[in-house]
Design a binder for this molecule. Structure first.
Ligand SMILES: CCCCCCC[C@H](O)CC(=O)SCCNC(=O)CCNC(=O)[C@H](O)C(C)(C)COP(=O)([O-])OP(=O)([O-])OC[C@H]1O[C@@H](n2cnc3c(N)ncnc32)[C@H](O)[C@@H]1OP(=O)([O-])[O-]
Ligand SMILES: NC(=O)c1ccc[n+]([C@@H]2O[C@H](COP(=O)([O-])OP(=O)(O)OC[C@H]3O[C@@H](n4cnc5c(N)ncnc54)[C@H](O)[C@@H]3O)[C@@H](O)[C@H]2O)c1
Length: 296
């Protein structure tokens, strides 16, 4: 099923409407976020290629997608199990996997990157893909904290580059931040907004930083008290420590290190000994079974 995204070029009448058909989506990075983005794209009829560095990781990604779709179906199709099973199969049929990003992007209309939160690695990936993807292909990064302009700077398609910042867990969170750089064309920005809506998300074009997590990690009250206080006092569904374990302490450390490198004198970005210790011990949170909290 192809989704035609109509847009009006800036300054042209609607008769000049050009359409971008977003049907084939390549997602690079099959971790927490990439697998979730692949799931919602496949669930809305897109043909998805999920790329990661090994078949073992991709097998785990697809297993995670299947488990997540089953959780959604269990609720949505409680009284129609056959229809639910049909949806599960349909979603899985829409997802193919590859360890060759260069090959995968050859047929893509949109490439969404959700790899490790490291600027150089993202830039190197996009520089390679820029030479192999078709001219019309839009590139988007799911980065939490890096400048989309900096990431885009390694490519020649600055007008067809933006940010698509999904929130974790992707199947449940409606919010998507669509980031346009000063070079992003209106067509690209509109296409990313329309694509997010087709996924059933609510796109906004702004940047929200998670200061709450930074402040909490530097607090000296117990993690349990802080989490309880934020849930019961501020209505958060998860406290900052619980959320950090959910996001991944490795990712949070990448973000903190990036911000402290950009703004070394800002006390908000001072190194956290506790966070550094946990990451050094491989305790990344829910994804490794232990972070600030232990998981069964
Ligand atoms: C230093 C700077 C740090 C920056 C950090 C990076 C920030 C990043 O860039 C932005 C973010 O993402 S920030 C992060 C932003 N994100 C947040 O802030 C998240 C805040 N947390 C929440 O919104 C809720 O706790 C959850 C929705 C996660 C869980 O819901 P809950 O009610 O608390 O508890 P529940 O019992 O678990 O689930 C109930 C039902 O929901 C369904 N379901 C759940 N997960 C599912 C999945 N993955 N798939 C499918 N379905 C899923 C399922 O039906 C389940 O029922 P079941 O019978 O168990 O199958
Ligand atoms: N975790 C969150 O809550 C969250 C939320 C929003 C945005 N983000 C952003 O999304 C991105 C991914 O975060 P995550 O939590 O999914 O990380 P993750 O560690 O769970 O997954 C990253 C995946 O990328 C793969 N990868 C790394 N380099 C690669 C390459 N060159 N080619 C292909 N695959 C590669 C890794 O093998 C891994 O499977 C980061 O930029 C992060 O800032 C994370």
């Amino acid at each position: 099923m192809a989704f035609v995204t109509h847009y009006v070029r800036r300054g042209f009448s609607s008769s000049a409407v050009r359409s971008v058909v977003i049907k084939n989506v390549t997602i690079i990075g099959g971790g927490l976020m990439g697998a979730g983005i692949a799931q919602v794209a496949a669930s809305t009829g897109h043909s998805v290629t999920l790329v990661d560095t090994s078949d073992d990781i991709l097998k785990k990604s697809v297993k995670g997608i299947e488990g997540s779709v089953k959780r959604v179906v269990k609720k949505k199709f409680a009284d129609k199990p056959e229809a639910g099973e049909e949806l599960i199969q349909k979603v899985l049929q829409n997802v193919s996997t590859s360890t060759d990003a260069g090959l995968a992007v050859r047929g893509s209309d949109l490439v969404v990157e959700a790899i490790v939160e490291n600027l150089k690695i993202k830039q190197d990936l996009f520089a390679t893909l820029d030479k192999l993807a078709p001219a019309h292909t839009i590139f988007a990064s799911n980065t939490s904290s890096l400048s989309v302009s900096d990431i885009a700077s390694s490519t020649s398609r600055l007008d067809r580059f933006g940010g698509l910042h999904f929130f974790n867990p992707v199947p449940m969170m409606k919010l998507v931040e669509v980031i346009g750089t000063s070079a992003t064309s209106q067509e690209t920005f509109d296409s990313l907004m329309s694509f997010s809506k087709v996924l059933g998300k609510t796109p906004v074009s702004c940047k929200v930083r998670f200061t709450i997590i930074i402040v909490a990690v530097s607090c000296h009250a117990s993690k349990e008290d802080i989490d309880i206080a934020m849930k019961l006092g501020a209505g958060y569904p998860m406290g900052p420590f619980e959320l950090s374990d959910y996001v991944g302490l490795d990712t949070i450390k990448f973000i903190m290190d990036g911000w402290s490198a950009m703004d070394p004198d800002n006390p908000l970005f001072a190194q956290s000994e506790l966070l550094n210790k946990l990451v050094a011990e491989g305790k990344y949170g829910k994804k490794t079974g232990e972070g600030f909290y232990k998981y069964k």
